[in-house]
Design a binder for this molecule. Structure first.
Ligand SMILES: [Zn+2]
Length: 105
């Protein structure tokens, strides 16, 4: 499936949580799933009530460092201890991963 950097497709809808929208300085976790959907959530526990869908463009306005994840391959995830830390990229357990994308991790 084609990959689009966020800047080329700011209207892409992604899943996030109310905690991220509130600007909580907590562990952030980004998943790029096999169906090409994206999730940007904090590291806390979530219920359906915590889920928020918005465009990746809006999300990047809230946190410009998310642009650093625009080349995250399908089947990969990224985490960090807080906004002050660099992203650590890796594979999502149980998701298909395309070996050709390994160089982007
Ligand atoms: Zn959260």
């Amino acid at each position: 499936m084609a990959h689009y950097p966020f800047s080329d497709r700011p209207e892409l809808l992604v899943l996030t949580c109310t905690h991220v929208l509130a600007g909580a300085d907590v562990t952030l976790c980004c998943h790029h799933f096999n169906d090409n959907s994206w999730e940007f959530v904090c590291g806390g526990q979530h219920t359906e009530e915590d889920a928020v869908v918005l465009s990746v463009g809006e999300l990047c306005e809230l946190d410009p460092t998310l642009h650093l994840l625009s080349d995250l391959p399908v089947g990969a995830c990224a985490t960090r201890k807080s906004r002050a830390y660099a992203w650590q990229k890796g594979r999502i357990a149980g998701e298909d991963f395309y070996p050709a994308a390994a160089s982007r991790l």
